[in-house]
Write a protein that binds this ligand. Sequence first.
Ligand SMILES: [Zn+2]
Length: 523
Amino acid sequence: MNLKMSGGVNPQGCVLTNEGGPFRPNQASALTSKEPLSAMKAKLSFQSSLARTCLGATAAAALLALSAASFAQAPAGEPVPKLNDRRPFLAPGATTSDDPVRIPMKPVAETGPELVIRGGRLFDAVSGGVRPATVVIQGNRIKAVLPPDATGWGADAKIIDAAGKTVMPGLIDMHTHVTYPDRASPFDEQGSEGAGTLRGQRNLRYFLEYGFTSVRDLNGVSNAPFLLSQWSAADMIPAPRVFAAGWIITGTGGHATERPSIPSHGPDYAKEVDGPDAWRGMVRKAFKEGASVIKIASHFAPDEVRAAIEEAHLLGLKVTCDCETIYTEMAVDAGIDMIEHPLPRSDAAIAKMAKKKIAAVPTLQVYQNLLDRAGGFYGSTSRRFTMTSQGNFDEFKKMKAAGIIMGIGTDTIGDASLMVPNSYIAELKWFVRGGYSVTDALKAGTIVNARLLDMGDELGSIEPGKLADIIIVDGRPDENLDDLAKVQQVIKDGQWLIKDGELVTPRHVSTPLVKPSPPADVK
Ligand SMILES: [Zn+2]
């Protein structure tokens, strides 16, 4: 389908398809963003069958075209559509991809021995409490959470003794750049998708070794973040889950594209687009390549940020923004889901964030690293304000006081991927300095982050039915955050990948030859 033009509609007012005749949007009843979600769903349900008849297209494609056509002309000032949650359209218990796009997948019967974690201190990320418990894993899911002395699993179960240790959900970092060049990266490899993919795989190993089972990667080189995301999801590389934005979308000369141009500020990384149609198109491009979230950055115009958010929400993706001052307010007014960084913004913008339940990922430590190293943030056209450590923390405190939900992210620029998990633990300590309890900081890094990813039903806590992303820590991180560096065992997607601190992957099972060889009849 040609969805490149405004709202997927050509100048004659027809949605274009490769498969059938034109479908005129006005054949379907009007669908406005003012309607309650239930009414929209009913109409979408009806219209999807109508669209299938008219187009002979898949239901998903028809819905997408229809939704885009209906919303594209929404006048400025009206609220943008809410996130298009796909879950109501799925049968209860349906198997899907383990990401916010939730693509239906063929179910696979879980067989094989259970993995049992016995006798540990279970950190309950929902309540923030700790209790003794035994956790049973089958396949890639948590099968049961039992009393510490429970029995009843199969005789072939693998047992991990966690006595005296803390069992907790895998950590989530909400702001990484695992493919970014670091000090060791040769200049001529910095724009290379291949080098970026390899660098990302190495950095993801560092994250995994320290207990990170998910990262949200918010800009990288070409399709490297998407490749890493797909290979990790298929368990083809030992890595955390990668919820990738792919690229930053910004206006020409916006953040991460400033001069002097360097490979990581060039078109292989951030995408410079101008005009609402181009912003909308780049959101679709990111979705096509495999995005789990859309990342935008200042600068932009109100109609551009609005088009990006509108399109992402129709596709079912959240949008987060690296922005400051007036751009933060613009993004908030346009219905953004989240704001990155502790950059300056007005008190009015903070009040609106709280009122509209717009979250924040303040990334305090990355700027502290920068201030410690360089004394300030200099020479950037996207940071035309004076940055200080206290100023950043004051923004955090205002957001905390306003009741804004905040997640934990490290923003691994420069050599920060080499600092895992020190920068993450420091970020948690900033939260505690700002009034969080230690357990609330750990909740922010697990269940709150999972919810901000739109994955709270699958990740972030140890509960039956959820994906088995679990770590075992030799200490009590719920009492002392420094203990979080003592991660010993890491289970991601039900696979015990880090054993006693080291990566262990099962040997590849060799595929047999088609026939015995050399053939007997060849003399
Ligand atoms: Zn960043």
